[in-house]
Write a new protein. Structure first.
Length: 397
């Protein structure tokens, strides 16, 4: 194992009707004027936004609001939020929504607490010194942003999607009512399940030393996600399955499943960020579309992990060689994705990049990672291009 620091300051309030506690939680944090940040129609149509506002009124907390967050949240709306937060002198940000809303709120928090261009942080030009405190009312089990120190923003100037990690942005609290996820469309639920699974897989597939307890937690979490995703396919209003998925989403990205490791691989996330930036695809779907090609490209360099994963997570019988078992595990993951109607190639994702687009994405992916990325196998620009090409060619098989 390797040395690690585990820091999870987010207070979690989990269960039915917990959104009614939002105002009290903000008051507990000293918030007096809130920027209420959200996406669009669903939080309004469901009545959730009104219930949250009522909880603010009960605590005599003032607020201004900014909606309009979209998947792959845009830098332009972040700039609007920063200007509004400064003009209105808000002292707390409340994100009501899923990962895109939370990520946008985090970026606003960085920008509103300091000076200069907030994009500098995502472009790795400088580091923030502070961030406005923020809380979350979660509506989608997916990104884990409600307990993580990361956020991802898309800059429309060049359609560049970049992530940034800093403990300053960790939410002070996260309100999690599984009932709020019951009306999600099947595709959105499937994308969320995929993202949750991938957050732990990124930490699991590593060539570095690990801890047995961490590996066991990760394996149990992945099995739980797979089992409950299948339940939700047939019974989307199953409260217990929704609760399992929501809590798994938080634990998958609050660093628990990587303790004692090297921080994980995260090459698939890097590859997907370029797909999301250029083609505006759903994050979970983009991850599914490239994962199989990435896995086949790297598994021989990390055979012991793929072998263990196949047996302990995917339930593959250990009857052949280690390589044969590992490949069966990869195939089982792709079959799981297909059962969720997730793509396993770029064509199934609905995009058809040519050679120039693939080369551009590989170049940008390598540049964003400082020239190299990965732990299962360290990837360089030529490797990234090869994986993109595999993901495109697999659609022709």
């Amino acid at each position: 194992m390797q040395n690690f620091t585990y820091y999870t300051p987010t207070k979690v309030v989990f269960g039915r009707n917990t959104e009614a506690q939002t105002g009290a939680l903000i008051k507990e944090q000293g918030g007096k004027k809130v920027l209420l940040h959200y996406g669009g129609g669903s939080v309004v149509r469901s009545g959730l936004l009104d219930r949250v506002k009522e909880s603010l009124r009960e605590q005599e907390i003032d607020w201004v609001e900014l909606g309009g967050v979209v998947p792959n949240p845009r830098l332009s709306l972040v700039y609007q939020g920063i200007a509004m937060a400064k003009e209105e002198q808000v002292d707390f940000i409340l994100a009501v929504g899923g990962g895109s809303v939370i990520d946008s709120a985090k970026a606003i928090g960085y920008g509103a607490a300091g000076e200069g261009d907030v994009w500098d942080f995502y472009a790795r030009k400088r580091k923030p010194l502070s961030c406005l405190p923020l809380g979350v009312v979660l509506t989608i089990a997916a990104s884990g942003s409600e307990m993580s120190n990361s956020s991802v923003i898309t800059n429309e100037d060049g359609w560049i999607k970049r992530g940034y990690r800093d403990d300053l942005c960790r939410p002070r609290f996260a309100v999690m009512n599984p009932e709020l996820t019951m009306t999600l469309p099947p595709h959105q639920t499937a994308c969320g399940c995929t993202d949750i699974l991938m957050h732990t897989m990124e930490r699991y597939f590593t060539s570095a030393e690990t801890m047995e307890i961490t590996d066991s937690i990760a394996e149990a979490l992945m099995r739980t996600v797979i089992a409950n995703a299948r339940i939700l396919l047939e019974d989307p209003r199953n409260y217990e399955a929704r609760a399992e998925m929501m809590w798994a989403g938080s634990l998958s990205h609050n660093d628990l499943t990587g303790c004692g490791g090297d921080g994980g691989d995260f090459a698939c996330h890097g590859l997907e960020h370029e797909l999301g930036g250029l083609y505006d695809v759903a994050h979970g779907a983009g991850l599914a579309a490239v994962w199989g090609s990435w896995a086949r490209y790297v598994y021989r360099d990390c055979l012991h992990r793929f072998y263990r994963f196949a047996i302990r997570v995917m339930g593959i019988s250990d009857t052949g060689s280690r390589e044969e078992t590992a490949l069966k595990g990869i195939e089982a993951v792709e079959e799981f994705f297909r059962s969720l109607r997730m793509p396993t190639s770029l064509e199934e994702l609905g995009i058809h990049p040519g050679a120039e687009e693939l080369e551009l994405m590989a170049k940008k992916c390598a540049a964003s990672a400082g020239g190299r990325k990965g732990s299962a196998k360290v990837l360089y620009e030529e490797d990234m291009l090869a994986i993109y090409e595999m993901a495109r060619q697999r659609s022709r098989l």
